[in-house]
Design a protein around this ligand. Structure first.
Ligand code: HEC
Ligand code: HEC
Ligand code: HEC
Ligand code: HEC
Ligand code: HEC
Ligand code: HEC
Length: 441
């Protein structure tokens, strides 16, 4: 006796599995990313009395001029100094060391004598909590494994990990699906046996597929899902064509914005001087570099500094490349006349049909470089921070108010347009920043 109801129950079970697997995979995919983020966040807080991060700031601001962590400078190396003296002694010493030396504290007098009788600055303004923070920083274990943290690689691997997680989850879901199908098959056989239906060996599996193929609704849903999925990936693929966000080529000279603009605080416009006055921002000529580098032939940066990712030798060799390029002999301090021009790889590059003007944004609109280029002063290697898509430009024009203070011409237009649009503040969009012709030739 064949049961008619069998087909619908198979399709129901199948449909249920499909729905289950979908909800499972979607919710898992949503969870995966925050979980990965939480994991990295959990690794951050460190144990100990003080906060080493704040301590590092205080150390760099107050102490780094005379102390290094692992090497003697004007003062002794400070790593692990918290274990050398008790805390009360340290508070007193840092608040006013010369008073301690005068009072005849044995340890203080000895230190003073050992360091050529150099007087350490008094820091009465530092609270005991501040000093605890500094000590927490100096007590950190020397970061051996931190060195190879080549920034560019680390960046991508984060999303790679979560992608792998999602892929893993999908594989798991498929596995579960297969197991379920096998179980369903078994159950059906048992029911069939109980009802006295004789099943020939390969019939059930054939009828399962037949049942599936016959069920128009199920086939329809599957095809629909497949189409949606491929449309989704196709869309994602098409949208990233021509978008080079995070593009980070290797330059002929390893030039660190972190060291120049961050650590040494050189103003962007010292090197990119045309950003203020012209359409192009431009890369500085090597003569600009030589204004400083005639005197800076070696990299002397502190290896404990938060600005340094490579060894001194590496950086010094990069400065040598600059000398080779301009033909400078650092021993004789003379130009040799033999030059090897450097070809910087261009990173940002809008298509030819787009008009973009730096001075309009930097000087007229007063937009910070960082708003478009990201925290450049932290980049060891320069990269394209923004997508540079049309949507990116337009969004900012919609959101950014035009700066009219101190500009009579604008103030007048502003008043007229503000009345026209009935708004208090004018955005770049109100001023015509969305008109195709403004950006397209
Ligand atoms: C002007 C240079 C100078 C500055 C700035 C300075 N120190 Fe010193 N420090 C010294 C010298 C020099 C010594 C060695 C003792 C002496 O000659 O007085 C010393 C010694 C020390 C010692 C004792 C080291 C040991 O091996 O026992 C500690 C701790 C210390 N400094 C902490 C600090 C802290 C913390 C700061 C920042 C808040 C700081 N110092 C800023 C010059 C300086
Ligand atoms: C000491 C000179 C110097 C200073 C200061 C400097 N830059 Fe640069 N910048 C360069 C050089 C050289 C390059 C080309 C090499 C590279 O891409 O790393 C460059 C490249 C760039 C690029 C990428 C150019 C391209 O090819 O698309 C941007 C954007 C940029 N700098 C922004 C800034 C900003 C923002 C600041 C201030 C925070 C700054 N720069 C400070 C010298 C400098
Ligand atoms: C305003 C002064 C100044 C200018 C201009 C300048 N530098 Fe430097 N440069 C420095 C200082 C300061 C350091 C760090 C030296 C140290 O810490 O010992 C440095 C370090 C370097 C280093 C080693 C670290 C690194 O970034 O890889 C290189 C290479 C270098 N500069 C190349 C250049 C080039 C190329 C230019 C021109 C585009 C340039 N510099 C322009 C001041 C300058
Ligand atoms: C409103 C966004 C914006 C601001 C603000 C901005 N830039 Fe740019 N920058 C761009 C875009 C877009 C490009 C690509 C231009 C192109 O390809 O024609 C670019 C390109 C560059 C380049 C590559 C060379 C060139 O001129 O094409 C450098 C260098 C640069 N910017 C430096 C700076 C500096 C320094 C500042 C701050 C003084 C700054 N930018 C402010 C958006 C901006
Ligand atoms: C960070 C915000 C920001 C971004 C990103 C930005 N702009 Fe602007 N843009 C402004 C502001 C603000 C003004 C108004 C300047 C003024 O006062 O005239 C402006 C004005 C302009 C103007 C002149 C409009 C007029 O009315 O004359 C052009 C053209 C322009 N932007 C092109 C671009 C292009 C192309 C891009 C993308 C590659 C871009 N902008 C990205 C903020 C931005
Ligand atoms: C604020 C500046 C700005 C305005 C206003 C603007 N565009 Fe664009 N447009 C861009 C930029 C930048 C690109 C390059 C995008 C890229 O390379 O991905 C672009 C690209 C395009 C493209 C090429 C397709 C693509 O995505 O590469 C077309 C077509 C286009 N714009 C049409 C228009 C039309 C039509 C208008 C008026 C409604 C307009 N644009 C207004 C900045 C602008």
């Amino acid at each position: 006796m064949k049961k008619v109801g069998n087909h619908t129950s198979i399709s129901r079970i199948l449909f249920f599995c499909l729905a289950l697997s979908l909800t499972f995979s979607v919710s898992y995919a949503q969870q995966a990313a925050p979980e990965a983020a939480a994991a990295t966040a959990a690794a951050a807080p460190a144990a100990g009395a003080g906060d080493p991060v704040k301590g590092k700031e205080l150390f760099n601001a107050n102490c780094a001029s005379c102390h290094k962590l692992d090497a003697k400078s004007t003062g002794p190396a400070l790593r692990g100094v918290a274990d050398k003296h008790d805390r009360a002694w340290l508070y007193k010493w840092i608040h006013n060391s010369s008073e301690m030396i005068k009072s005849g504290d044995a340890a203080a007098v000895k230190l003073f004598a050992e360091n050529n009788k150099t007087t350490m600055t008094a820091f009465p303004q530092l609270s005991e909590a501040d000093i605890d923070n500094i000590m927490a920083f100096t007590s950190e274990v020397a970061p051996v494994a931190e060195k190879p943290a080549a920034a560019p690689v680390a960046e991508g691997s984060g999303s790679g990990a979560s992608n792998n997680l999602i892929l893993g989850a999908l594989v798991l879901v498929l596995g579960v699906l297969i197991v379920m199908l096998v179980l369903v098959n078994k159950t059906l056989r048992r029911i069939a046996a109980n009802n006295g239906v004789v099943v020939t060996e390969d019939e059930p599996s054939v009828s399962l597929w037949k049942a599936y193929a016959k069920n128009g609704f199920l086939v329809f849903v599957t095809v629909l899902l497949l189409m949606l999925a491929s449309a989704y990936f196709l869309y994602g693929y098409l949208m990233q064509i021509g978008v080079d966000q995070d593009y980070q080529p290797v330059q002929p000279i390893h030039f660190s914005h972190k060291i120049h603009a961050g650590d040494n605080g050189i103003d962007c416009k010292y090197c990119h001087s045309s950003a203020r006055v012209s359409k192009q921002s431009g890369i500085p000529s090597l003569n600009v570099c030589m204004n400083c580098h005639k005197n800076i032939a070696e990299f002397a940066g502190d290896k404990d500094s938060l600005y340094v990712d490579h060894s001194k030798e590496f950086y010094t060799a990069e400065i040598q490349k600059l000398y080779d390029a301009v033909g400078w002999d650092k021993n004789t301090q003379k130009y040799t006349g033999v030059q090897k021009p450097v070809k910087w790889v261009r990173i940002h590059n809008l298509p030819d049909f787009v008009y973009f003007n730096h001075s309009q944004h930097v000087s007229v609109a007063g937009v910070e470089c960082q708003k478009c280029h990201g925290p450049v002063e932290t980049f060891e290697v320069m990269k394209q921070n923004a997508p540079l898509t049309m949507g990116w430009c337009i969004n900012c024009h919609r959101e950014t108010d035009v700066k009219v203070e101190g500009n009579d011409y604008y103030a007048k237009i502003h008043d007229e347009l503000a009345k026209k649009y009935g708004v208090q503040k004018l955005t770049a969009a109100n001023m015509g920043g969305l008109e195709c012709g403004k950006c397209h030739y």
